[in-house]
Design a protein. Structure first.
Length: 210
């Protein structure tokens, strides 16, 4: 391994810590602070998914306005434990998940369900990718991520009460996978069972409009 490769690993550790910190800073201005901090990381960090040639003119990520209607109570129902394989098409190859359960909630007057996936390789990290009716026209066509506990992107998104299946989820923090910014990246995207029948006009929009 070269010095450059070793440095890249250290930079990745730092990137994940800093991103995780953004998801763990509560307060009345938590969402605006999250978005400002994320813009700064995407603009300056060596592990930013933004192409290096674009960072000098990077004007920030695009978001829907904050909307408390997308912070919703939900209930975790047990899953059947069956496995799912998502092929990223990149270096990570096929990633194995287990269907831990489903979060059930109501949006726009409709009952919705999202499968909660448990990463088999990483001893139980929880991951929820999703698509909705904004995917393509306004948000990344492959869908977005609600949270990924293996990467600490859940602190302000998933409110848990110990011993209870009742949770609160916040779509205002929904974010794009790295492949939304550059073809250099390959990412696991939402399976068909996580395609929502409603518009989720909250969280991150497409990176580029044209």
């Amino acid at each position: 391994m070269t010095g450059t490769e070793a440095q890249a690993y250290l930079d990745l550790v730092d990137w994940r810590r800093r991103v995780g910190d953004l998801f763990r800073t509560p307060g009345p201005d938590a969402l605006s602070g999250f978005r400002k901090g994320r813009d700064e990381l995407f603009r300056t960090h060596p592990q930013s998914p933004i192409e290096p040639s674009e960072r000098g003119t990077f004007a920030g990520l695009r978001y829907f306005d904050a909307d408390p209607a997308y912070r919703v109570p939900a209930r975790l129902e047990p899953g059947d434990g069956s496995e799912m394989v998502i092929d990223t098409g990149g270096e990570d190859g096929a990633i194995r998940y287990r269907r831990l359960g489903r979060v059930v909630f109501t949006l726009a007057g409709q009952e919705c369900r999202l499968t909660v996936l448990s990463l088999v390789q990483y001893a139980g990290g929880l991951f929820v990718p999703f698509r909705d009716r904004t995917s393509g026209p306004e948000t990344y066509g492959g869908g977005r991520y609600l949270f990924d506990t293996a990467k600490d992107t859940d602190g302000l998104v998933l409110e848990v009460t110990p011993g209870s299946p009742d949770v609160v989820i916040d779509f205002n923090y929904a974010y794009n996978a790295s492949c939304a910014y550059s073809p250099r990246w390959a990412c696991p995207l939402a399976p068909p069972e996580n395609h929502l029948p409603v518009e989720v006009r909250a969280g991150e929009k497409t990176y580029k409009t044209g």
